[in-house]
Ligand binder design. Structure first.
Ligand code: DGL
Length: 270
């Protein structure tokens, strides 16, 4: 057995720049509590939202290739909207295992919005993606979709998971960035199109000037992962999760308590 393997069970691999992927992992664990988990964070590359498409198209498949080689997962989940909307096809053609992506929940938002005005919060890179234009055209052509880039929310979520207070200004600016757009006064549904943002759902709900629904795709992704792995009967690996970072392992210390809640207690660097 190599040091990276969890017993002899191929794990589920989750990939994000930081803690954002925990919002996807949280829903997955509810359906697959015994699954062995490897959670990879490209801290050396955070924030993806400020990188170019070309940079990400080169970086993400290469990193996932190294992770797959080391951990031999049965399935990889790109638990990051920025990486998924830009690199999903590249990653799928580079890996020989199923790859699940995380893309903005525009279809769901369109189904539940009563006013027909939907907000979308994402990183700078995600809000400008043609992938988002296509989802909007396919599922929300009769709706108004307001987009706003809220890169500071990534740092607010990171702070929260270190046990610090997230910056209230970042949260208020994210909400007002949507509401002040034309039609914003009728917005009733907000898509959290960055996996970091559901970690701030309580703060966003509290900062909103009136009740609105903040939605994300994590539950659907968890169902997809469960469907693709339905043949597997995992023995209990719930407390054996591995965290791996491209950054400095020492920087992870403040996050360890948060990761513990997800059964992750082993920390490695890539
Ligand atoms: N969590 C990532 C996403 O879903 C973005 C964080 C970053 O900008 O690195 O888009």
């Amino acid at each position: 057995m190599t040091k990276a393997q969890i017993g002899d069970c191929p794990p589920l691999l989750f990939f994000d720049t930081g803690v954002g992927g925990l919002s996807v992992l949280r829903e997955t664990i509810k359906l697959l509590p015994n699954a062995p988990i490897v959670y990879a964070a490209d801290y050396a590359g955070l924030p993806y939202g400020m990188k170019s498409e070309a940079e990400l198209a080169a970086r993400v498949p290469a990193l996932l290739g190294r992770l797959v080689e080391r951990y031999k997962p049965i399935l990889a989940t790109i638990a990051c909207n920025t990486a998924s909307t830009i690199t999903l096809d590249h990653v799928r053609s580079a890996l020989n295992i199923p790859v699940v992506g995380t893309v903005p929940a525009i279809k769901t938002a369109s189904q539940i919005s009563k006013t027909g005005v939907i907000g979308l919060l994402g990183t700078r890179a995600t809000v400008r993606q043609p992938y988002v234009d296509r989802l909007a055209a396919d599922f929300a052509s009769d709706k108004i979709l307001l987009r706003h880039a809220a890169p500071d929310l990534v740092y607010a979520a990171e702070a929260k998971l270190r046990g610090e207070k997230p910056d209230p200004a970042a949260i208020e600016q994210a909400i007002s960035g949507l509401i002040r757009q034309d039609g914003g006064d009728r917005m009733d549904t907000v898509i959290l199109a960055c996996t970091h943002f559901p970690l701030l759902r309580d703060e966003l709900t509290e900062a909103a000037p009136r009740p609105m629904q903040f939605i994300d795709g994590a539950e659907g992704i968890a169902q997809r992962i469960a469907y693709l792995t339905q043949e597997i009967r995992w023995p209990d690996h719930s407390e054996e999760g591995i965290f791996v970072t491209t950054g400095d392992l020492a920087d992870i210390t403040p996050y360890r308590a948060a990761f513990k809640d997800y059964g992750i207690g082993r920390f490695e660097s890539l």
